[in-house]
Ligand binder design. Structure first.
Ligand code: KG4
Ligand code: ZN
Length: 329
């Protein structure tokens, strides 16, 4: 008999619900983005996000069931993100998921959002199995991870300050691109000259696999102060090139250290066209990017992770599981 996993993701400003058949086949992956509600504030307002998850989640669950042509009774397993993220938004999705599991008397698995991003690769390229090096680049995190097996991770390096996506969002804001700005900056950069402005490549001359992006944002602040008539596309292209240079070089450095040729890039910034172009051009490596809608936050990756943890590792969390806003990989 088929096994159906319901996944719920509400760690930030996407209300997302997915249904998977047998842990890998996506029957529905509905993503309701609240970005338009937060745009005018220049970032996510936690209270606004929580309230809108409460309003939308029941409808998004219903939509997902209809899309998948399933009813509640057919669900075999429920998974939801329990961290890291904003505590209010996490609490909404987690409580809803636990209530469904309780009512249906089905197992429940709490998912680490960061591990969830790695499962976007599992869904998309099941045959490219670990070991591999994963670059996890999102709005909240920038990590290089030695993935020895699914469920067995060693963090090789993280950012000391801003995440890569956060840097895209902050610089995008300076350029008047709204929130979140990553995709718009990516588009604007295509019309600019990446060599127009000399910017630093933070941490590139060090052996460590750590990152730092806050200084780049500051460099753009000063550049804009001194060049008020500067071409915005040139700024976007030069900034993006600096970030992509660092991400590419550090990822290759990690691959050399671990003597692996398999590289996996996940998280919202994995949608960046220049990062994809640069890493996919590295002929000595097998490089994998999930498709765009699996890069940014979505519940399909959360459901896949929950299914794996339940079926392969026997995980079944008690319903007391509470949100962990600062959960680490
Ligand atoms: O993984 P994600 O949806 O949420 C977090 O877990 O943080 O990542 C969102 C981040 C945002 O900072 C957004 O600006 C960035 O991913 N992003 C991009 C692109 N598309 C989304 N950054 C650069 N280029 C893009 N094309
Ligand atoms: Zn994410």
């Amino acid at each position: 008999m088929a096994h159906y996993t319901l996944g719920i993701e509400t760690s930030c400003d996407e209300t997302s619900v997915a249904l998977l058949r047998d842990g890998r086949e996506i029957l529905a992956n509905i993503i309701y983005s609240q970005a338009h509600l937060h745009d005018k504030y220049g970032g996510v307002v936690p209270e606004v996000a929580s309230r809108n998850h409460i309003r939308k989640l029941p409808f998004v669950v219903q939509d997902a069931l209809e899309r998948a042509k399933l009813n509640f009774r057919q669900i075999s397993l429920v998974g939801a993100t329990y961290g890291p993220g904003l505590v209010g938004p996490l609490l909404v999705g987690l409580s809803y998921a636990k209530a469904i599991a309780y009512a249906l008397e089905k197992p429940f698995v709490g998912v680490n959002h960061l591990e969830g991003h790695i499962f976007a690769h599992y869904l998309e390229n099941f045959d490219a199995s670990p070991p591999f090096v994963a670059l996890l680049v999102s709005g909240g995190h920038t990590l290089l991870v030695d993935v020895r097996a699914y469920g067995d991770y060693r963090v090789l390096g993280e950012t000391r300050d801003d995440a890569a996506g956060e840097a895209f969002d902050k610089v995008g804001k300076l350029l008047g691109l709204g929130y979140p700005a990553g995709a718009a900056l990516d588009r604007l950069a295509r019309q600019g000259n990446p060599k127009a402005i000399a910017l630093p490549r933070p941490m590139l001359d060090s052996d460590s696999l750590e990152f730092s992006f806050a200084g780049l944002k500051t460099a753009i602040v000063y550049y804009l102060r001194d060049h008020s008539d500067a071409d915005r596309a040139d700024i976007a292209a030069s900034f993006q090139e600096a970030v992509v240079d660092v991400l590419t070089e550090k990822t290759l450095q990690a691959a050399r250290q671990l003597q692996t040729e398999k590289l996996v890039v996940v998280g919202g910034v994995a949608a960046n066209s220049r990062l994809r172009e640069r890493l996919l051009a590295c002929r000595d490596y097998k490089v994998f990017f999930p498709k765009m809608e699996l890069c940014t936050d979505n519940a399909a990756m959360i459901a896949a992770c929950a299914h794996f943890r339940n079926t392969a590792l026997g995980q079944n969390n008690p319903l007391e599981l509470a949100p962990e806003p600062s959960l680490r990989l």
